[in-house]
Ligand binder design. Structure first.
Ligand code: ATP
Ligand code: MG
Length: 462
């Protein structure tokens, strides 16, 4: 299961607002749920009357053609108003379709129970054909027919509009970080990680003397908790430099491509650009470079949990000297268990006080509020909302950097915490990545949580 930001953080109303972007992008997840309902024959058996069934079949085809362009539409809606309106209509329609499928499922279940009750245990399996063509089913289907026709008409309209929006099919848009990480520590003041650094040191510098090959040490934790920062501290420490013959840092991130990662490792080790192409040549070269060398490799921000990919990437590492280590940073426990040869190191949130220091560092350029005591109260409250997450403290602190005005701080505390433009904030992209990797049913669940405060404010019934 992927580790996410703290639930209290996520469910706060402010985050709910910011996450409306995610909620609007959750339609493809909702489609996944819809199609599983289409696939569940059980609920549609009740709709088997020819005309009804024919219409519903038509929907499925049209919805599938729409789903093919959803990724592109969800990305383009930020810049294109027509796409945004089209998506909003589609969202309403998807809810109507969902409601109707649920009505079929409920009706079918009711009839099943009646049948079971009256027919007795021995004849239960015969209920379906009788039910589908029973007079009560026909009445129900007739009642539904006008609703169904309305949905068909809207769907046809949406399919026609889709053609004019020039949306691309199956582009598979994936959220991306704006910049890859590097081995350089980009934080001048890193707070409260001394003990964690010591603990990682202990594992990295341990010469376990085993012949089992290179040890893989996972560092796990939610997005923005400081995995990369901690690993940068370890990587750049003099003891580490002296202990290993070779070091390499690779930001793996979303696009796990064995050829690309192998090439980057090679370049990082040799500090030279590499013109070789093809995995075979690259692996042979890497093997030659690593042979009998004690190396430290950092694979930062790994999402791919495919065991086969990992074994292919890892094959040149076997020739390294026994005490060689690979550090993998990841948000995913699955990645940690697939790749790790030792138990993962689980990085925890900062204490409130340390988080406060991160915040004041970025808001005031100081460790504390001693020079700005009037801002302390608001600052402390803002930091409590960060739940020990340095990324949140840094982002919000940075937002207030130019403002020493009491009211501006109050405003941020009250309403603008999460309205930070995406380009100035790592929070939404960090959330977006975790969201992207959730299975469809959890995406939908998450999107519901994100829009809940909005629905409640608008007084709509759910
Ligand atoms: N202990 C700390 N003191 C001060 N700043 C920190 C600390 N830890 C992290 N930061 C800052 O918080 C931000 C997020 O940290 P980092 O990138 O290390 O998180 P991460 O866990 O690697 O996130 P992700 O899962 O997105 O890769 C960075 O900008 C970093 O500079
Ligand atoms: Mg990271």
């Amino acid at each position: 299961m992927l580790k996410f930001l703290p639930i209290s953080f996520l469910l706060s109303q402010e985050v709910g607002k910011a996450m409306s972007a995610v909620a609007e992008a959750a339609l493809s997840a909702f489609f996944g749920v819809l199609f599983s309902k289409f696939d569940s024959l059980e609920s549609l058996k009740f709709a088997r009357e020819k005309q009804v069934y024919g219409e519903i079949n038509k929907w499925e085809k049209m919805l599938r053609s729409i789903r093919a362009v959803l990724d592109d539409a969800e990305e383009k809606q930020m810049k294109n108003g027509s796409v945004k309106i089209w998506l909003a209509k589609l969202q309403d329609l998807a809810y109507d379709v969902d409601d109707l499928l649920d009505e079929f499922a409920t009706e079918a279940l009711g009839h099943k129970l009646i049948q079971e009750h009256s027919a007795g245990a021995g004849k239960i399996h015969n209920w379906i054909p009788a039910l589908c063509f029973s007079p009560s089913a026909a009445i129900f289907n007739t009642k539904m027919l006008s609703k169904i026709k309305e949905i068909t008409a809207t769907l046809e309209e949406l399919v026609t509009q889709k053609m004019n929006l020039e949306l691309r099919e199956n582009v598979g848009v994936r959220p991306k970080r704006s910049l890859p990480t590097t081995s350089l520590v980009n934080e001048v003041h890193v707070y409260a990680r001394d003990n964690d650094k010591e603990a990682i040191f202990e594992i990295v510098l341990r010469n376990d003397g085993s012949d089992d090959g290179v040890s893989v040490i996972p560092i796990i934790g939610m997005g923005g908790i400081g995995k990369t920062t901690l690993t940068q501290l370890v990587y750049n420490d003099d003891d580490i430099k002296n202990y290993f013959d070779l070091k390499a840092w690779v930001c793996v991130s979303e696009d796990f491509d064995v050829v690309k990662v192998t090439k980057t490792i090679l370049q990082s080790i040799t500090s030279e650009t590499c013109d070789l192409n093809g995995l075979n040549l690259l692996q042979a070269k890497l093997k030659e470079k690593l042979s009998k060398k004690k190396f430290l490799l950092v694979l930062d921000d790994v999402w791919n949990d495919n065991y086969n990919d990992w074994t292919i990437l890892g094959s040149p590492f076997e020739v390294g000297a026994p005490a060689s280590k690979i550090i993998v940073t990841t948000r995913s426990h699955l990645v940690s268990s697939v790749m790790g040869t030792v138990p993962g190191f689980s990085l925890q949130e900062l204490s409130n006080d340390d988080c406060l220091s991160v915040f004041t560092q970025h808001a005031l350029g100081a460790r504390d509020f001693s020079r700005q005591p009037n801002l302390r109260e608001f600052g402390e409250e803002i930091v409590r909302k960060c739940n020990g997450l340095p990324l949140a403290a840094k982002t919000i602190g940075g937002l207030l950097w130019t403002s020493m005005d009491h009211d501006a701080w109050k405003d941020v505390l009250k309403s603008k915490l999460w309205d930070i433009p995406i380009e100035n904030s790592g929070i939404i992209p960090a959330l977006w990545l975790s969201y992207y990797h959730l299975p469809p049913h959890l995406k939908q669940c998450f999107a519901c949580c994100a829009i809940l405060p909005r629905i409640m404010n608008s007084g709509r019934r759910i």
